[in-house]
Write a protein that binds this ligand. Structure first.
Ligand code: FAQ
Length: 317
């Protein structure tokens, strides 16, 4: 088949909502864009374990510790599904991880902020997982099969994460004056960075137009951000807390909340590596990689030994 015939088959599939699968022909730019997005998503899950991992040893009770450990483990699992999805596009795990360590690949800006109190565990679950899930529900319908299927499993777990975060804040919001203040302070610090998770404004988004045409993305950055704001502006009332935005107001004619200006300088500064914890996060990932070398070697040796045994068995038979 000629290239333009292959491209037609590909575009027809996109049009007819048939998933693109790893062995299907796809344009190079589609493959490249997916590798970029999926691998950055995977990195976000893995780097995202660090801010919460920081509180496992300081969780206020055994029950809270067990829940937090399970949540952080879930994020590791999400990272692994996503690295596997990226591998189906012909990129190796090692290559992808090297790109993270060298600073070539991005990960979500949100994970470059510090977690300074227990209430941050609540704010991350409620706001960060909340933002992630708004974005990821749309990705369950993304056009690339392995990515879409990974997202279905991830979304189920993320919705549990969001509830556990909200519950942490609910308990604090009904506690002592200090606990209430801690809850409000965490919301104040995580609100604006959570809005930045959706990426630059639509007019400034590099990839959105093409990603929407290929149905990699189904909604724009601003549409998703608005959806999130509308949801959280209602949920915060249950906590009896406020969001740190004096311009946040229900707009009857738009049927949406209006909101204030996001600090885009701060966003780009964090994306470019100058956020409060960027260096610390990459350092932690590199150390984990180096310290885990013996585990990878042992696993590879075990797998080779097993393969050798099976081959010998086959020869003997
Ligand atoms: N941070 O053209 P666009 C989670 C970059 S998972 C850093 O609009 P696109 C779970 C973007 O890469 C959170 N960089 O890009 C969890 C591009 O740069 P490039 C992660 C950002 O891809 C919870 C440039 O700016 N979720 O939280 C950010 O069309 C709790 C131009 O942007 C996903 O990754 C940012 N916030 O739209 C874990 C979901 N925003 O690549 C632990 C999948 C943009 O050209 C604890 N990804 N950039 O160098 C997506 O849906 C999209 O990639 C967007 C960005 C919406 C993030």
């Amino acid at each position: 088949m000629q290239i333009h015939d292959l491209e037609k088959v590909f575009l027809d599939k996109i049009e007819e909502e048939i998933k693109i699968e790893p062995r299907d022909w796809m344009p190079d730019a589609y493959r490249k864009n997916l590798v970029r997005q999926i691998s950055q998503h995977a990195h976000s899950e893995i780097v995202g374990m660090l801010p919460e991992g920081n509180w496992i040893s300081r969780a206020p009770s055994l029950k809270r510790k067990a829940i937090l450990i399970a949540k952080v483990q879930d994020e590791a699992g999400h990272g692994l599904y996503l690295y596997s999805a990226a591998e189906t596009l012909g990129t190796s795990r090692e290559e992808t991880i090297n790109d993270l360590h060298s600073g070539k690949a991005k990960y979500s800006s949100i994970f470059n902020y510090p977690t300074t109190s227990w209430a941050d565990m609540g704010a991350i679950g409620w706001l960060v997982d909340g933002a992630a899930i708004i974005n990821q529900v749309m990705l369950c319908r993304t056009s690339y099969g392995p990515y879409a299927r990974a997202m279905v499993r991830i979304c189920r777990e993320e919705s549990f994460h969001q509830r556990q975060g909200f519950e942490i804040l609910l308990v604090l919001s009904r506690g002592t004056a200090e606990q209430k203040a801690m809850c409000q302070d965490a919301i104040n610090r995580w609100w604006w960075p959570s809005l930045m998770m959706f990426g630059p404004r639509d007019g400034e988004s590099t990839h959105s137009d093409q990603s929407m045409k290929w149905k990699i993305k189904r909604m724009s950055n601003d549409e998703l951000r608005q959806k999130f704001i509308d949801m959280i502006a209602e949920q915060v009332k249950v906590l009896g807390m406020t969001l740190p935005d004096p311009d946040l107001k229900w707009n009857e004619s738009r049927q949406h909340y209006d909101f204030g200006e996001i600090d885009w300088n701060e966003f780009w500064n964090v994306v470019k590596g100058n956020g409060p914890c960027n260096k610390q996060r990459i350092e932690a990932r590199k150390n984990a990689w180096d310290e885990g070398a013996w585990v990878r070697e042992a696993a590879a040796a075990y797998a080779n030994k097993k393969k050798l045994k099976t081959n010998n068995g086959l020869e003997a038979a």
